[in-house]
Design a protein around this ligand. Sequence first.
Ligand code: PHE
Length: 354
Amino acid sequence: MDDLREKYLKAVADAADEAALEDLRVQAVGKKGEISLKMRELGKMTPEERQVMGPKLNALKDEVNSALAAKKAALADAALDERLRAEWLDVSLPGRPRRMGTIHPVSQVTEEVTAIFADMGFAVAEGPQIETDWYNFDALNIPGHHPARAEMDTFYTHRAEGDNRPPHVLRTHTSPVQIRYMEQHGAPCRVIAPGRVYRADYDQTHTPMFHQVEGLAIDKDISMANLKWVLEEFFSAYFGAKVRTRFRASHFPFTEPSAEVDIQCSWEGGTVKVGEGDDWLEVLGSGMVHPHVLRAAGVDPDQWQGFAFGMGIDRIAMLKYGIPDLRAFFDSDLRWLRHYGFAALDVPAVHSGV
Ligand code: PHE
C-alpha cells in the first residue's frame, strides 16, 4: 500500500498537464484502476483483515483523489498565469494611421452618368466583356467582310484547333448590350449600359481597355430630336452648365442616320474648358437604330424605332476633372489616385446636390 501511495503521489506531482492527470486517475481509481481492483479484493478477506484494510484503502483512495484535484487546480492556475503573461494589450498606445482609399474617377463618373440618366427614366444594363462575334458584330449589322471589323483593332480570344465554338472577342464597344437587352426585354425600352471595352490601341488618348456607356431608347415614335434633347440635358447636368452640342453626319453600320456629337469647348492656355469658346470636342457616336439591328434582336422595325449612342466615360471624366493623360487612369499609381480620386463621403452627384 505504501508503494502504491508513493507511486501515485509522485506521478500526480510530476504530471505535466490535464490529460496526463486524467490518465493517472483512470489508472489509479478508475473502474479498473489499481486501487479500485485492490478494493474489490476486500470481499475475499476475512472480516478481521477487512477491518484493517478497508479504511486504509479508502484513505489511500481519498488521498490520491485529492492530490489529483489539487494538481488540476494548480495546473489551471499556471495556465491562467501564462495567459496573463503572454496576452496583453497596451490600450494607451496611439493608433496606427492608415490612408483612406479613394474612389477612382471612372467609378465616380459612371455613378454620375447613371444618376443623370436614371433621372430621365433610363434603366441600367450590363453585358459580358467577352462576347461572341455575333453580338459584337453581326447582330449590329457588321458582317464578316465589313471594314469596321478591321478598324476596331479587335482582340480575339485564342481557339485551340478543333474548337468549334463561335469565335469570341473582347467586346470592342458596349453596343452588343443593345442586342442582349432587346432580346430579353423587347420594346419599348430605355436603358444605358456602362462598362469596359477593349481595342488594341495605345497612346496619350487611347488605352487597350477603356470605358463606354451605351444608350438605347426604343418606342413607337422616338426621333433624332429626342436624342438631341436627351444628350443636351445630360451634358448640362453632367458639366453643371449649359453645354452646346454639334451633330455631325457620320456613319455607323448599326445606326441610320448616324451622327457624331461634339461638345462646345475652349482651348485657352493649353487646358480645355467645356461649355465655352468656339472649339468642338468629339465625345460620342449616335444615331437611329438600324432596322437590321432591331430585327436581329427580335424587335419588329415596322412597329418600333429609336436612338442609340455610345459615349467614352474616360473621355468625359478627363474633361470634367481636368485629367490630361488617359493612360494614367490605369497605372494604379497611388499618388495619382490620391490626387484625382474622390473621398467616399464627398463625391459630386446630382442626387447629393454637390
Ligand atoms: N459603338 C460605337 C463606337 O464604339 C458608338 C455608337 C454607339 C455609335 C451607338 C452609334 C450608336 O464607336
